[in-house]
Design a protein around this ligand. Structure first.
Ligand code: 3HC
Length: 501
């Protein structure tokens, strides 16, 4: 039976639920918003007031439009008020027992034709559907935070979902101004299955002391072009939610990459959940002291080339180009023996080059990422002074420097290459098409390009070699290049997206 979806219920009016209610109301659909008690209901109303108030102050809504939107939302603490709804979407905490109990109640209260949807980020939609007498009319409808802004909705169909229902719900998502991607019921669906392992990896690298929270955030924003760094995004999603998603992924995959980083557990246990509790990875902290910024002292600089990621030692001209930029900025480069600072332009660790020098403490690794970021790698022998001079030099050249240890991939490669590899593995598994994965990551997470577009831009060989270097260093099986990626490089194929055309 085709559904019209004129009245929709939203159960749970936390950040996500209130955002979802706003999205429906903005599309002209009547909403019944349900919370457990009057206090929670008021907080939910507050979320809607705040979000539409912000749109008003930015000139995105008129006072009349805002009143119309808010007028479409009825607030109640009684599930019975959902009896006339054509669709009810649940956005309560990610606890299976709560969801099961709620769906049993919704099944009793809602009319037989109503669609029951869950906004779960990681739990099994099939298991939730199985608690009802209408598993055929249960789907996942997964929105992204902030729901009024992010344009993706993942529509999840289970083995029990009635034919045609996922398409109807996808049509509803389009009516909301969103782009639907329809997927089967696997932990994390497309976005969380790709996003959370990357965020979790960032937390693990922070714990290993690769770099600082702020430098990692900066590297991924300015170097990879992501709208937020991993720690800012973890705080937005909520560390408790992030932890639970990683757990769900691990339960299904048993992959070490999915096991939550210990720092996540520690922060969650301490009640530091991110934005919702006021503090997570980021929190209240004193502003940076500008006088502490590094100033380059008068130094003599030498620039040397590094080894290519494939370990061949092939020069790629990056060192020469960097030396030219230094000269153009008025710096005189000197032979290595006379230099106070030796900059080894390299995509791979530089310790081997350092130990060949008479003064290994003077060498830093340098990897230029995009046109804004410079990764400055200190080896165990690099003196703090040399790294400081290097950062000052880069500031004069107009680059934001990111300090890190001398490890495969430095920061951006270490995080981005496995993330892209995961996307290839997902495509190879047959779970989703390249187009759907690219669309999901662009619209769900605001990426400037989807993973396959990024792979083509970076070069398949560069990413494959980066993964090989990471695998050689960490021996983590999930860093081994996906067989498809390896084969495409061997076959000389330049664009992975050629496969999908
Ligand atoms: N609610 C409503 N609107 C909001 C908002 C919120 N919480 N936050 C921002 N906005 C609106 C602003 O009003 C503004 O609208 P306008 O252009 O009409 O004036 C617009 O979004 C842009 O906001 P800002 O200029 O303040 O900020 P940015 O340009 O920095 O964008 C961002 C903010 C949209 C959050 C951007 O940083 C982004 O895309 N980040 C990535 C978020 C992401 O990855 N989300 C997915 C997480 S995974 C998930 O949710 C799944 C779950 O299962 C865990």
């Amino acid at each position: 039976m085709a559904s019209t979806f004129e009245t929709v219920g939203v159960v749970g009016l936390g950040t996500m639920g209130a955002g979802i209610a706003e999205v429906f109301a903005r599309a002209g659909i009547a909403v019944v918003g349900v919370e457990t008690d009057p206090g929670a209901l008021e907080r939910g109303r507050g979320h809607l007031d705040g979000s539409t108030g912000r749109a008003l102050s930015r000139g995105r809504l008129t006072e009349a439009e805002r009143a119309e939107i808010l007028g479409r939302v009825a607030f109640t603490t009684s599930l019975e008020d959902l009896s006339d709804c054509d669709l009810v979407i649940e956005a309560i905490p990610e606890v299976m027992d709560f969801k099961r109990a709620l769906f049993t109640d919704l099944d009793r209260v809602c009319k037989p034709s109503a669609v029951l949807a869950t906004n779960t980020s990681s739990l099994s939609v099939t298991a939730i559907a199985a608690t009802t007498t209408r598993p055929g009319r249960v789907v996942g409808m997964h929105f992204f935070n902030p729901a009024p802004v992010m344009r993706l909705v993942e529509v999840v169909r289970t083995v029990s979902t009635e034919d045609g229902l996922a398409e109807e719900v996808a049509g509803l998502a389009r009516r909301l101004g969103k782009t639907p991607v329809t997927v089967a019921d696997r932990a994390g669906f497309v976005v969380n299955r790709l996003l959370l392992p990357y965020l979790n990896h960032a937390a693990a690298l922070l714990e290993q002391g690769l770099s600082t929270r702020d430098d990692i955030d900066t590297a991924m924003r300015l170097g990879a072009g992501f709208p937020m760094g991993p720690f800012a995004l973890l705080d937005l999603i909520g560390l408790d939610t992030s932890y639970e998603i990683c757990e769900a992924l691990f339960r299904e995959s048993r992959e070490r990459r999915h096991a939550p980083a210990p720092v996540l557990r520690e922060l969650v246990t301490a009640g530091l959940l991110g934005r919702k509790s006021g503090r997570g990875f980021h929190g209240e902290e004193p502003p940076a002291n500008p006088s502490a910024e590094e100033k380059p002292s008068a130094s003599t600089v030498a620039v040397v080339g590094g080894t290519a990621a494939n370990g061949t030692g092939a020069a790629d001209g990056a060192a020469e180009a960097f030396a030219e930029r230094l000269s153009a900025a008025g710096f005189k480069t000197t032979p290595v023996e006379e230099a106070d600072l030796v900059v080894a332009v390299s995509r791979t660790p530089v310790i081997e080059q350092a130990v060949r020098l008479p003064h290994p403490a003077r060498l830093v690794g340098l990897n230029l990422v995009g046109d804004q970021v410079a990764e400055v790698a200190s080896t165990v022998l690099t003196s703090p002074g040399a790294a400081q001079v290097a950062r000052g030099l880069l500031r004069i050249l107009g680059r934001t420097s990111v300090s890190c240890r001398d490890r495969a991939g430095f920061v951006v490669g270490a995080l981005l290459h496995p993330h892209l590899n995961d996307a290839v593995r997902m495509y190879e598994s047959g779970y989703a098409s390249m187009e759907d994965i690219d669309t999901a990551m662009r619209l769900g997470c605001g990426y400037p390009a989807g993973p396959f577009e990024m792979l083509d831009r970076l070069g398949l060989e560069t990413v494959r070699d980066g993964l090989r270097a990471l695998y050689a260093e960490y021996r983590d099986p999930s860093f081994a290049p996906a067989p498809l990626l390896d084969q495409l490089v061997t076959a000389g194929v330049r664009s992975i997206r050629d496969l999908s055309s």
